[in-house]
Structures are given as structure tokens and as C-alpha cells.
Ligand binder design. Sequence first.
Ligand SMILES: NC(=O)c1ccc[n+]([C@@H]2O[C@H](COP(=O)([O-])OP(=O)(O)OC[C@H]3O[C@@H](n4cnc5c(N)ncnc54)[C@H](OP(=O)(O)O)[C@@H]3O)[C@@H](O)[C@H]2O)c1
Length: 243
Amino acid sequence: MKKQTVIVTGASSGIGLEVARYFLDRGDHVIINSKTESKLKETYQKLGAGENLAMVVGDVADKLTGEALVKTALEKFGSVDVLVNNAGIYDNKPFLEVTEEYLDQFLNTNLKGTFFTSQAVIPQMIKQRDGVIINIGTPLVDHAIAQSPSTAPISSKGAIHALTRQLAAEFGKDNIRVNTVAPGLIRTPMHNETIDNNSGVHLITRIGEPAEVAQMIHAIAKNKFVSGAIINVDGGMGAGHNV
Ligand SMILES: NC(=O)c1ccc[n+]([C@@H]2O[C@H](COP(=O)([O-])OP(=O)(O)OC[C@H]3O[C@@H](n4cnc5c(N)ncnc54)[C@H](OP(=O)(O)O)[C@@H]3O)[C@@H](O)[C@H]2O)c1
């Protein structure tokens, strides 16, 4: 299988770290990104600091970060084949307490990060007439839970689901595929140690692991006929709960 050049944003922890590891272990070139330089440097070492790996520190909400990722990918590896828009934040706050400043955090990192990093890679993918963008959403967009007051992050993730379909429509003719993977509750530093108390939210009554999400992202990158899809990796949560 042809080696791909894969950009993974938010790769210093959780799902992004496992996505980077999954592609690296299978021989692809990977460029990792996150906002905090010290954490990203640590991750670069943890992933072996090899020739197949590069890093770009930066806030994805800043379009310059996407441009720097593309520049590094082209200089080091000569192509941009896969973008995984994984960098993201989540928090619960009752709707009536949400301020504009609070909402903007989610719109900036989750939506604008995905939007502008995609805008940075697409011109190169058009030149290649090949490329895939994989966004990270959530089944909660179509399946709200009252006990999870998350209007701010969910608004941003819902926009990512819509952006996925629209980009897939506009760039399908260029052989650019755009998909979203929507994970259930996954064991990452985003959650605390009580996460297992929520296992019943999934029909498969356990919490998901980052490598299970990475496996699906890898499959979508390699399968050339999946586009415009929202694919749940959620232990059946989109279908129902075991409570
Ligand atoms: N874990 C779950 O249950 C779950 C479920 C559904 C969806 N998701 C989604 O999956 C993605 C990864 O989540 P996770 O659980 O792996 O979270 P995590 O462990 O907290 O990792 C988040 C990563 O994103 C980076 N990041 C945050 N803001 C950034 C920004 N503005 N610019 C660049 N990097 C930034 C963080 O780096 P810094 O520390 O340097 O900021 C970190 O590397 C997110 O989009 C999240 O919404 C997670």
C-alpha cells in the first residue's frame, strides 16, 4: 500500500496520539500538532522521533497553523494525503450560564480549527487529485442527553457534521473525500477516573479506547470510496443505552 502523509491535529494526547501511533506503526508519514509546545515535544519523543515523524506547534484556530502544517508536510514528505482534524475541547455548562466568551472557545478550536485547517490542505489535495479529510464529531449531535448540558461544544460539533457533508459535496469532483468519525465516550485525559460509571450510555457496556477510534480513522483513510459519511464509533450509543 502507498505510504501516505498524514496530518493529525491535537496529537499530544488521547485519540490524536493513538491516531498518530496507528499510522506510524503501519509505515505512513505523520505530522503531529498541538497547542502546548512542551507536551508536543514529549509526544514527539514518545512516538520515537523517527524519520517518518514531524511536528508543528500551534493553535488550529489560527489559519497560519494549517499553512505551517502543509508546508512541513510538503518539505519533509512531498504530499498531503490525509488530514485528521482531531484537536478539540469539550465541557459541560448549563445553557443559561453560557457567555459569548465561553461559546467562542468551542467555535474557535472545534469549528474554526477544522474549517481553516481544511482550507489550508485542500489546494494541495486538488493539485494531487487525491486526499481525505477526517473530522471528529460526536453522536450527541443527533442524540442529545439531558444530563450532559453541552450546548456550546455540541453547537460547534454539529457545525462540523454539516461542514463535512458540504465539503464532500464541493470537492468530490476533485477526488477529495471528507468524513466525520463520531466517537462515544472514549478513555482519554478529557475525562476523569469516574468515566467507567457512565458505561451504560453505550449498548456495549464499557468505555471505548482511543485505539478503537484510530482503527476506524485508518480504515477511512485507506478506503477510497467513503465520503460525506458520519461514522459512529460509539458502542451503539447512537442507537440506544443500557440503563
Ligand atoms: N474522549 C471522548 O470521549 C470524545 C468523544 C467524542 C469526541 N471526542 C473528540 O475527540 C477529539 C480528541 O479528544 P480527546 O478526548 O483525545 O481529548 P484530549 O486528550 O483532551 O486531547 C485534545 C488534544 O487537542 C489539542 N488541542 C486542544 N485545543 C487545541 C488547539 N486550539 N489547537 C491545537 N491543538 C489543540 C490538545 O493539545 P494541548 O493540550 O496542547 O491544547 C490535545 O492534544 C476532540 O475533538 C474531542 O471533541 C472525544
